[in-house]
Design a protein around this ligand. Structure first.
Ligand code: NAP
Length: 324
């Protein structure tokens, strides 16, 4: 008979590792399928200054290595590969990594979300060297600089622009249309801020700089005119994409693909929980993701203790025994 884990965590970011730390400490046999690029979005940043407990900041990859180590020290088994499919219609739940199948009484989905990028060469090369997708995380590194650029016209772009206006002398928001997608309250606040200037109907075509950002080239979509703007940083805020492809026909998702939650951290499938940016498009912080990981783990522990899992197991084995 194939081994059945108490908990399978899918995702190796702050939410997934925190969930695993909690379930292991509850003496639950826990498998973390951490992903090929384990660590999540913190692997894309350098200095993290807003994660509590590090008075002088911590490097994003170091923080994630420590979280992973902490989960391993508590007994979590790790697979550094991507989950390729799931079957939540069978119980125990099935999670696949390629051809390998893993069975779990509870699954915690913590696959996060990925920022969308413009797809420019300089953007990739200068990532964490002036290019960022998170103003809350990286904005303070540019405190006191002259200029910053925010790309996008949604709520995130407005929030970034407002946040950065307290740190940098001048914030340019470059938006591809002449109206904002952002909610009126945030848009009004940004438009009224004297430190924020909008460059409408325009796209960034190039980000220049050797080892750090030096300028952006901007094309006006109406006139075709290209101009250059000197800047020390570029914050790309053109949306995120939740990593939910493999759950599309298994879990209820909202219109943007984020997992819908009910009654705490429960998904629509009893025994499947979600934590972190995979359901949260509002806060998207490492510390909130870790908090959600803790919450999902506590719900999962209660679910297993309540006997709900046993009932599900008995029902399912009457219908079809899990294949070994
Ligand atoms: P979003 O609403 O999807 O906005 C993305 C923005 O980026 C849009 O203005 C879009 O332009 C632009 N864009 C997309 N692709 C682009 C490209 N390739 N090149 C240039 N521009 C591009 O994303 P978001 O701002 O991250 O917000 C996501 C969700 O979270 C929303 O529901 C939002 O309301 C919510 N949110 C809420 C808050 C809050 O309430 N405080 C804060 C943050 C986020 P177009 O407008 O032309 O499509």
């Amino acid at each position: 008979m194939k081994e059945v884990y108490d908990v399978i965590v899918i995702g190796g970011g702050p939410a997934g590792y925190t969930a695993a730390i909690y379930t292991c400490r509850a003496n639950l046999k826990t498998l973390v399928i951490a992903g090929l690029e384990a660590g999540g979005q913190l692997m894309l940043t350098r200095e993290v200054e807003n994660y509590p407990g590090f008075s002088n900041g911590v490097l994003g990859p170091d923080l994630m290595e420590n979280m992973k180590q902490q989960a391993e020290n508590q007994g979590a088994e790790m697979i550094f590969d991507n989950a390729s499919a799931v079957n939540f219609r069978k119980y125990p739940f099935e999670v696949y990594v390629g051809d390998d199948k893993y069975l779990g009484k509870v699954v915690i989905v913590a696959t996060g979300a990925s920022p969308k990028w413009l797809g420019l060469e300089g953007e990739k090369r200068l990532l964490a060297r002036g290019v960022s997708s998170c103003a809350t995380c990286d904005g303070p590194l540019f405190r006191g600089t002259e200029t910053t650029v925010v790309v996008g016209g949604g709520d995130t772009a407005m929030e970034y622009a407002l946040f950065l206006s307290n740190l940098v002398s001048k914030v340019y928001v470059i938006h591809r249309r002449d109206t904002l997608r952002a909610s009126k309250v945030l848009a009004d606040r940004a438009m009224k801020n004297p430190k924020i200037e909008f460059i409408w109907n325009s796209v960034v075509t190039e980000i220049t700089g050797e080892n750090k950002v030096e300028s952006v080239k901007i094309k006006n979509l109406k006139t075709g005119q290209v101009s250059e703007l000197k800047t020390q940083s570029v914050f790309v805020a053109i949306g995120h994409k939740p990593n939910t492809e493999i759950f599309a026909d298994q879990l209820e998702l909202d219109e943007e693909g984020y997992i819908k939650l009910y009654d705490g951290m429960r998904t629509n499938v009893p025994g499947v929980f979600a934590a972190g940016d995979v359901h949260d498009k509002r806060y998207r912080q490492a510390v909130t993701a870790a908090g959600y990981g803790c919450m999902a783990a506590m719900e999962a522990i209660r679910f297993l203790e309540s006997g709900e899992a046993e009932k599900l197991f008995q029902t399912s084995t009457k219908i079809s025994s899990p294949t070994t």
